[in-house]
Design a protein around this ligand. Structure first.
Ligand code: ZN
Length: 156
């Protein structure tokens, strides 16, 4: 049994289907308005919009944006601008890179200290084994002396 659920699956995309061409005969790109009046509203413009030979072709893609939405977009854009300016003036980027450099040097120092510690441990072990050898030597001497003493004492 077949159902016709897929009959209405094709949806027209939000974008304009037929790519318009500007008066220069070039495919017109979708641009975004940055003026306060139409902030965020997309339009088709001349492909050479940033050159002096621009043909001034113009066609809106998006419907007119309601005023309160437009005001909000303008406000957000301004805040974004202020934030990026303040972060630039604080020199956050420089601070981060100097912190990274410091971290690297600290890591190198840490490695050096670890190597030093390993050497100190080695030296300590050497001293310990020398000390144990000394003790053994003394013990052997004492035992030997006692034996010699006994021998000496047992002599007639
Ligand atoms: Zn053009």
């Amino acid at each position: 049994m077949r159902t016709a659920t897929s009959a209405s699956s094709s949806v027209t995309p939000n974008e304009v289907n037929s790519e318009p061409t500007c008066y220069c005969g070039l495919q017109s790109p979708i641009l975004m308005a940055k003026t306060k009046k139409n902030a965020g509203r997309r339009f088709h413009g001349c492909a050479k919009f940033d050159s002096p030979s621009c043909c001034n072709f113009f066609m809106w893609v998006d419907p007119k944006i309601p005023n309160h939405v437009r005001d909000m977009i303008v406000d957000l854009l301004e805040r974004n601008q202020t934030l990026s300016e303040s972060s630039q003036s604080r020199g956050d980027g420089v601070e981060v890179s100097s912190l990274l450099a410091e971290m690297k040097s600290q890591k190198a120092k840490n490695r050096r200290l670890k190597e030093e510690l390993a050497q100190v441990k080695k030296g300590k072990m050497l001293y310990q084994s020398a000390f144990i050898l000394c003790i053994c030597y003394i013990a052997v001497l004492v035992i030997y002396n006692v034996k010699v003493g006994r021998k000496f004492l047992s002599l007639p």
